[in-house]
Design a protein around this ligand. Structure first.
Ligand code: SAM
Length: 472
């Protein structure tokens, strides 16, 4: 029985409800009267439920879809402005006891090089990441209670936060590790993590069990209920995601929105972010083995519909996507991207030899962080290295309130400009620096509150003089 407030996976992600939703969407995909009503509701910027959003996903009317895309662009502009937050993944260990059939870390893969960073190696990796200009990391690890116990992850977080190299610092560590206990989530929270990210991979229980045949990740309920445990452990910023390609995208789309509705219903706050990874080629993995790959157009449609359905949830696109695809979806509501990423364990300090492959997947966007920053500026986006919200305690519903009140221009926008200025001073190439300084001059003028504008001007000046780490 479907119940968004239930704490049981099979009740808040009800297979029956998803199937009925898909039938309803099919039955109404040409019902323009209903579609217009749903679009009108979306224009109120309070989001759509999984049924309404699924009708729009099924709709193929070009005129109506153009309206949805325009609305997605408008919502992005209103709530997020033209900022794009940058981060990098840091792979700590690829030891894994699970049998996920799409992932090269699966336990039976005997030819991938298994690696686990020592604390000395982490210092090297983080120093290399700081020298690129990164301030925000997402740490990644396989699931292995012997090789990567929670104590190891906690120690790594301490090490990462402790490294202050030149003007560099990692100011926010997001964590993408396997589902764990309330007690462990509490320990992660105490270490000062940002978002806890866990991809559902697929919301379809039957497929989930087939795709995760062995290991602790096989347990669908334990995995699906992880965000509730994370919130019980005090983590109020959680990041959802499905791995597109594994199951029918329409099923996943309804599932992820139901998950968001569930978090809102139970904890009073929806997901902080949604990621939209697609299955990629990797050691021992051929994406063509999975039947449900989606075209770039469908991918863009999903991004636009996530934006209008959950306007206050950030959306993340990784370097699994090419420059071309990223360019297509950026205006549709993306708020965070990774840049200069390496998906191998230890790949930042020393690029890995080919025969030594420890990578999780092939990276499509292989540009350096400086190239990504320059590209964003040329497209009119402000590359942001901001980590202010969580350091100011604006997490969970307090962050949502900022977003809902559209205070972005007086807060996130100047923070983005100040962190961009730091990047330009410390790490940028001459060309990027020139483009960035012109952008900052233009963008400072847009700050509506005169006091905030004046303070931002002063801080930008102070950064040029060598001071660092200002925030609103
Ligand atoms: N082991 C943890 C877990 O089970 O959640 C950490 C996550 S793993 C390092 C990060 C994510 O990469 C996975 O959740 C999965 O969605 C994604 N991934 C795995 N194999 C992939 C592939 N071949 N292509 C693209 N993404 C993949």
């Amino acid at each position: 029985m479907y119940n968004a407030k239930s704490l049981k996976a099979e009740e808040f992600i009800s297979d029956e409800e998803i199937r009925e939703t898909l039938e309803y969407a099919d039955a109404n995909k040409d019902n323009l009267e209903l579609i217009d009503k749903i679009i009108e509701k979306a224009k109120l910027r309070k989001g759509l439920n999984h049924r309404e959003a699924s009708v729009l996903l099924a709709c193929e009317n070009e005129e109506r879809l153009a309206e949805v895309y325009d609305l997605a662009k408008q919502i992005k502009q209103d709530y997020y402005g033209n900022r794009i937050v940058l981060f990098a993944p840091l792979y700590l260990s690829n030891y894994c006891v699970n049998g996920c059939v799409y992932c090269p870390y699966h336990a039976k893969n005997k030819h991938i090089a298994r690696k686990k960073l020592t604390q000395e190696e982490i210092i090297k990796e983080v120093t290399a990441l700081q020298d690129m200009g990164h301030k925000r990391l997402a740490i990644e690890a396989g699931e292995d209670p012997v090789n990567n116990p929670i104590e190891y992850i906690l120690e790594c977080i301490d090490t990462i936060y402790s490294i202050k190299h030149k003007n560099g610092a990692i100011r926010r560590v997001n964590v993408n590790i396997a589902a764990t206990t309330v007690e462990n989530y509490r320990k992660l929270k105490e270490k000062g993590i940002g978002t806890y990210i866990l991809f559902q991979e697929t919301y379809n229980k039957k497929s989930y069990e087939q795709l995760h045949p062995t290991g602790p990740k096989h347990d669908y309920a334990y995995h699906t209920e992880a965000m509730d445990r994370a919130m019980e452990g005090g983590i109020d910023d959680v990041g959802l995601g499905v791995l597109f390609g594994l199951e029918m995208y329409r099923y996943e789309f309804a599932g992820i929105l139901m998950h968001a509705e569930h978090l809102e219903a139970v904890h009073g706050v929806g997901p902080h972010t949604i990621s939209v990874p697609r299955v990629k080629r990797a050691d021992d993995i051929d994406p063509n083995d999975f039947d449900n790959g989606i075209s770039d157009d469908i991918f863009a449609k999903i991004c636009a519909l996530i934006r209008v359905s959950v306007p206050y949830t950030g959306m993340i696109i990784s370097t699994r996507e090419s420059q071309k695809v990223r360019e297509m979806v950026l205006p549709l509501g993306v708020s965070q991207i990774s840049g200069g990423s390496r998906t191998s364990v230890g790949g930042y300090a020393e690029p890995e030899a080919e025969e030594d492959n420890s990578a999780q997947f092939d990276v499509s966007d292989q540009r350096s962080l400086d190239e990504v920053v320059g590209w964003l500026i040329k497209l009119g986006y402000i590359p942001s290295f901001c980590t202010a919200c969580y350091r100011e305690g604006r997490t969970g519903d307090r962050f949502m309130a900022l977003c809902k009140n559209m205070q972005i221009l007086n807060c996130c926008h100047p923070n983005a400009l100040m962190t961009l200025k730091e990047y330009l001073e410390d790490y940028a190439s001459e060309e990027t620096k020139k483009l960035g300084i012109e952008m900052i001059d233009r963008e400072l003028e847009k700050i509506p509150n005169p006091k905030v504008k004046q303070t931002a001007y002063e801080h930008i000046h102070d950064i040029a003089e060598g001071k660092r780490d200002f925030r609103f």
